[in-house]
Write a protein that binds this ligand. Structure first.
Ligand SMILES: Cc1ncc(COP(=O)(O)O)c(C=O)c1O
Length: 352
């Protein structure tokens, strides 16, 4: 693994060697994977940790008193501690393993929201949210009689924070549910400011009687053990590369991409300037449906996302049904962005 832990830089070309997915050709071309915002590729270190767990330590956790059960339990709990440290959570019991973000948000919305929300309360999301952080809160607010509001965005796709005080003027803000980064536009949200605002407004504490039962009461049945072990290995991998280096790399790629994409005829770019966004760019090319653009790019081995990105309130605000989205990660190299731009020029020539 190529690592420069002391400075926020990384060598994406060297890092790619850790990711077996890049060893294949797609339609005879090297894979340019520009859809990491939907799901990122996995390094062999993570896959080996999972294979090793299945090969040497697999048994159901927390139930057996034999060696394998103890090993499996230790591996799961070790992974839980790694996640706690990454999240900077005060207590390891706050870490619950579920299948995905959608399930996690639904779990919180139903388990906490149904017994803690009611008339006079306000649930706040933002217009940037993914459906998974919009729909459960909208639904639970409706079920409990609480009000529901979305922080609007400005013309750059950034949150209009001057609307906050008005939102809270007549109601108790009980929930502020907002992602750190918009998966559609790459906007980095000011979550620290939002957190400070929400805690001036109200304070919510967990019922102390629930502590003794956590985390297991929310992990009923066989736990996703190997997945948790793989997650732990992925955290080790990312810590070794360095989160600051990854962030800097994404910013650099976003700036490069915004510059290069501006050269494409008929293009509309959405979202804030590069310095205030993560490695995500959304765009449309006049007269061409995003699905057609994505198909032309696929023929050249370039994988991007086309659609509403599960953010239909945001798409409505942008006045479009869908966008093209290219997203970058630690293994993305500028050549892939050059190939994206070439592919877009080709799509423009072929389809307009
Ligand atoms: C911002 C955001 N939130 C939530 C999700 C849903 O994630 P999951 O598939 O883990 O439920 C996604 C998926 O891409 C996302 O981009």
């Amino acid at each position: 693994m190529a690592v420069q832990a002391s400075t926020p830089t990384l060598d994406a070309r060297a890092i790619r060697a850790d990711f077996p997915i890049f060893e294949q050709l797609i339609h005879g071309k090297p894979l340019a994977f520009l859809d990491s915002a939907a799901s990122s590729q996995k390094p062999h270190q993570m896959m080996e940790a999972m294979t090793d767990f299945y090969s040497t330590s697999y048994a159901n956790v927390h139930r057996g008193v034999y060696v394998l059960a103890e090993r499996a339990t230790a591996a799961l709990e070790n992974a839980r501690e790694k996640v706690r440290a990454l999240m900077n959570a005060p207590d390891v019991r706050e870490i619950i393993f579920v299948r995905n973000a959608t399930e996690a948000i639904n779990l919180v919305a139903y388990s906490w929201g149904m017994s803690n929300l009611g008339p006079g309360d306000l649930v706040v999301v933002s217009e940037l949210e993914h459906h998974s952080n919009f729909v459960p809160w909208q639904y639970i607010a409706g079920r409990t009689g609480a009000d529901f509001a979305a922080i609007p965005i400005d013309g750059c796709g950034e949150l209009a924070l001057d609307s906050l005080d008005e939102l809270a003027r007549t109601r108790r803000v009980k929930v502020v549910a907002c992602g750190l980064v918009s998966n559609s536009l790459g906007t980095i949200n000011p979550v620290e400011r939002l957190g400070a605002w929400a805690h001036m407004i109200s304070s919510v504490r967990l019922d102390k009687t629930t502590w003794g039962e956590l985390p297991h009461k929310f992990e009923a049945g066989t736990a996703p053990m190997a997945e948790a072990v793989g997650f732990g290995a992925a955290i080790d991998y990312l810590n070794a590369v360095g989160f600051e280096a990854i962030e800097a790399h994404e910013h650099e790629l976003a700036a490069y991409a915004l510059g290069r994409l501006a050269e494409v005829p008929g293009i509309t770019l959405y979202g804030p300037p590069a310095e205030r966004r993560a490695g995500i760019v959304s765009f449309n090319i006049e007269g061409i449906h995003p699905h057609d653009v994505a198909q032309v790019l696929d023929m050249d081995g370039v994988a991007i996302r086309a659609g509403h990105h599960c953010c239909q309130p945001l798409m409505a605000k942008l006045g479009v049904a869908a966008t093209n989205r290219a997203s970058f990660y630690l293994y993305t190299i500028p050549d892939e962005i050059d190939r994206l731009v070439e592919g877009l020029r080709k799509a423009h020539k072929l389809l307009t």
